[in-house]
Design a protein. Structure first.
Length: 169
């Protein structure tokens, strides 16, 4: 049978752990999106061009999440910098991921943070992007239904994976 003192100590310990976990969760949610992955100094988001349908125009901006076709758990930022009927310019950025050192996926070296620009096209209500070099070519399909969540489908030699990103700007 547990004594009052032991029960009190366990209760205080559990409360302290919950407060610590809550603090970590809040700090992760409030972290500045610019610090999650490396970004170039010349990052610039242009307003969508004339004639771009509203369903596609809301894809413009900064999106963050994790993309399972790369390294699950690795922070990822996708920026749609320029969006016109003639084409799309994007910036794809990835953060640290300690478990996989120099594993080439999605056109980048796994654990080494970095970024790359890419181009794509508008197809219907989606943006289609191509990344990587053989044999790690991947095609990403981006769409959003509400302008707050980006739905990503990644197709590469290993199959199809999906992920979601949150709008940051």
């Amino acid at each position: 049978m547990m004594g009052k003192r032991s029960y009190f100590a366990r209760s205080i310990f559990i409360q302290a752990c919950l407060i610590l976990l809550l603090g970590l969760a809040v700090s992760a949610e409030t972290a500045d999106w610019r610090t999650v992955t490396p970004l170039p100094d010349d990052l610039k988001i242009e307003p969508p061009g004339p004639g771009v349908p509203p369903s596609v125009a809301r894809l413009s901006g900064v999106w963050q999440g994790e993309l399972a076709c790369c390294l699950p758990g690795q922070p990822t930022t996708l920026v749609v910098e320029k969006l016109t009927l003639e084409g799309v310019t994007t910036l794809y950025s990835w953060g640290e991921y300690g478990e996989y050192k120099f594993r080439a996926v999605c056109g980048h070296k796994g654990a080494v943070p970095g970024w790359q620009r890419g181009t794509g096209t508008i197809q219907g209500d989606s943006i289609v992007l191509k990344f990587g070099e053989p044999p790690h070519d991947s095609t990403m399909y981006l769409d959003t239904r509400d302008g707050k969540t980006l739905y990503v489908k990644c197709v590469d030699k290993d199959g199809t994976t999906r992920g979601t990103f949150d709008k940051k700007e």
